[in-house]
Design a protein around this ligand. Sequence first.
Ligand SMILES: [Zn+2]
Length: 466
Amino acid sequence: MFVLAAAAVALVAGAVASVAGFGIGSLLTPLFASRLGVQAAVVVVSVPHFAATVLRAWRLRASIDRTVLVRFGVASAAGGLAGALLHGRIHSPALGVVFGCLLVFAGLMGATGLSKKMRFGRRTAWLAGVVSGGFGGLVGNQGGIRSAALLGFDVSREAFVATGTAVGVVVDLARLPVYLATGWRDVARAWPLALATTASVLAGTLAGEKVLRRIPGARRLHVGALRFGFVKPIEIAPDDRVFVLTGAGISAESGVRTFRDAGGLWEQYRFEDVASPEAWVRDPALVWRFYSARRAQAKTVSPNAAHVALAELERALGDRLFLCTQNVDPLHERGGSRRVVHMHGELMKSRCERCDRPPFEDEALYETADAIARCACGGRIRPHIVWFGEVPMFLDDIARELAACTVFVTIGSSGAVYPAAGFVSRVRHARRVYVGPEEPDNARAFDEHRFGKATEVVPTLFSVRS
Ligand SMILES: [Zn+2]
């Protein structure tokens, strides 16, 4: 009966851990301790814990930061070995107290977000590795300290989770042989329990992500779980220069529709049919009907939290922020940004098709050829948009800022439209961060990937030091 109950808890623990990255030790150890005593519980739980951690690390293997793993893993393994050796010598009551305190400590760290604030420098992070591995060896729980210590290294969110899991494997490898040597009697006595929970934890790990992914909101839960204490804002130092490139994704979250899902009327056209110099020559009224519809739609949408956050960043950084957008809508300006470089033009501006008269604010809708306004020179008024086959604007300013920036952030751009998609490969000297719900086509060029919607990620993305 107890074995069945334990197997059920193990199934849940495996599923939780597959999404949140922790939970097996925290859920199973107290349960086992109630039956076997703390000391034996730590030994027996290490078996399913090891199996599940290996499985998770294997599935995350692509994101593991090998340098951090080697540096931090060695320290943790040494600590784990020492802790495991000590484990065999300390008697249950003392261990119970230490274990209880540590569980409370780990819980408090998670619940208060303290582990997020508690950061170790690079050197102390090694020491923390020894300590966290030591706790792992001693009482089987090291997640909280390991998380805080890993934050001392500059790694992306995926690398953080993957590397933390790999460190867990290393610590397990160090402590398991010691446990089995000193506590084999416990495992032998509780083998049905160890076997049943190992199978359940593995099943839970495999099923967890698949099942949870199908539940609406689970992805957000996943992102939230990862963010809980894991996300480190990008620190902007007084001498940093930040280049932000935004794409369709940030506007889509405000409800701006892209050409592809513009719907109904425009489905029969290709983009080139309504947004190219050839289209303008062939049928200017059609071109204006398209942009009039987009103007009408743009009036119905509002800037979102990501636009507002970038406007705040501009207020904090002044001209140390260069905000470049591929979007033609005015949402950055409506969100409060004052200096926005629209490399593909602006929907709410028009200009003359013929002379050099500068572009001007224009929210008018033109439905017929006769309705199209004329310039003083006699030329027709056209959208101030970079069409298919035309050269993007401000490329000189952009090149200068790309060369000067120290932080380069792309938000909601698919990485498919050039030249913007090539910017990241011109800033190898800068820290390169991608923000978006999916991998862009040029994902490999970035150092970090902050997975999530712009409205969820951008408001807490930057931390400006003065
Ligand atoms: Zn003119």
